[in-house]
Design a protein around this ligand. Structure first.
Ligand code: PEP
Ligand code: MN
Length: 374
């Protein structure tokens, strides 16, 4: 059960203290307090865990300081959608809104290789009105002998160049909790020119200790990739680990499933799950067409498969696109074969807009249908 307190209540108010006294008397019920920071106000939510079936929603609603009560009937207590649950499905970071109603493109380098590549990428993004990017510094690789990313050494120039070209948010995978501190230090030493969205890759979706560490910090939002070989439910529970530790600013990323049924694509594209994740949870949903497709193959009409699957995800309501680009894919140290070229960026963005408009038209059609039937 979730008690959502009135906006004016904080832990110093007498109403809050009275409420605490009432809650402390409940037997076999654990309390977890979450502060949810919105653009205009901070809301306090108290999660009651344990034998809550015997509690009456009306009685809890009458307790001092309580605005409304949500009985959690399903899994994914914090990030899930529940009956009569009107909690928000968006957050803001660095002045950018991330929600189930928005669409943000994160085009960028799979792996940072040189300052020249980073600068060329960021300049192209600015020239095309983009404020978000992806930049891999810590790369989890199948072989221990493959390039593992430049790690913390590249962070200062990545962040400085982001500031120079007006990039507000960089999605960056981390593979160990120590990377959070390295990112924090590099942002601080460069004067916080940009923001970072911590990415948890598909190989770490169920690395529970990493999830707990990332969930305990609230400075950076998180992009959690779906595990490539586990059920959707298991991956959604992984997202719930982040939220249960305190960080609810989580985006859920679909990136394809590992199976040779996907051949000749690198992974089996799972973007049909965009509306499923939006229905089950309040998380914005990201699609990664690059790691799904894994190549620059084209349909016979000439459209890249990467663009086809992007359009499929966007027309189904995806909220974020994570996509690999490189100034010279033949020289990229990681995943060159799937990277798009910088001069393909305007085309890619225009193609995304077509799919987004089609999604909006589909929403309008539904709305018209609905009002005609009322
Ligand atoms: C990536 O986005 O660079 C990446 C490694 O993705 P995934 O974890 O989905 O394989
Ligand atoms: Mn990659």
């Amino acid at each position: 059960m979730i008690l959502i307190l009135k906006p004016s209540i904080d832990s110093e108010t007498s109403e809050y203290k009275e409420l605490e006294m009432h809650l402390a008397r409940l037997q076999n019920i654990e309390r977890r307090v979450h502060q949810v920071r919105g653009a205009e106000q901070t809301l306090t939510e108290i999660y009651l865990i344990g034998n809550t079936a015997t509690l009456s929603v009306q009685e809890m609603k009458n307790l001092p300081g309580v605005d409304h009560v949500v009985r959690v009937s399903e899994e994914y207590r914090i990030l899930g959608r529940h009956k009569d649950d009107h909690r928000s499905a968006y957050f803001e970071y660095q002045g950018v809104r991330f929600g189930q109603d928005t669409l943000n493109v994160f085009a960028g380098l799979c792996a940072v290789d040189s300052p020249e590549s980073v600068e060329a990428m960021m300049k192209a993004l600015q020239d095309n009105g983009q404020v978000c990017t992806r930049m891999g510094a810590y790369k989890p690789r199948t072989s221990p002998y493959s390039f593992q990313g430049h790690g913390k050494n590249c962070l200062p120039y990545v962040f400085e160049l982001a500031g120079k070209y007006g990039i507000k948010v960089i999605a960056m995978e981390i593979t160990h909790e120590s990377h959070i501190e390295e990112i924090q230090e590099a942002l601080h030493s460069t004067g916080n020119p940009t923001g970072v969205m911590l990415q948890i890759g598909t190989r770490n979706t169920q690395n529970f200790e990493l999830l707990k560490s990332v969930g305990r910090q609230k400075k950076f939002p998180v992009l959690l990739k779906r595990g490539f070989g586990i059920t959707l439910d298991e991956s959604l529970n992984a997202a719930e680990y982040l939220a249960s530790e305190g960080n609810q600013n989580v985006i859920f990323g679909l990136r394809g499933m590992k199976t040779n049924i996907a051949d000749p694509h690198r992974n089996f594209v799972d973007f049909a799950h965009v509306p499923v994740v939006k229905r089950l949870t309040r998380m914005p949903v990201c699609i990664d067409p690059s790691h799904s497709v894994g190549s620059r193959s084209r349909g016979p009409e000439g459209i890249l498969d990467v663009m086809h699957v992007t359009a499929q995800g966007v027309i189904a309501g995806a909220n974020m696109i994570l996509v690999d680009f490189h100034p010279d894919p033949t020289k990229a140290v990681v995943d060159g074969p799937q990277a798009l070229l910088l001069d393909e960026l305007p085309h890619f963005l225009a193609d995304v807009q077509i799919a987004r408009k089609a999604y909006e038209q589909r929403l309008a059609l539904l709305q018209n249908q609905y009002s005609a039937n009322c």
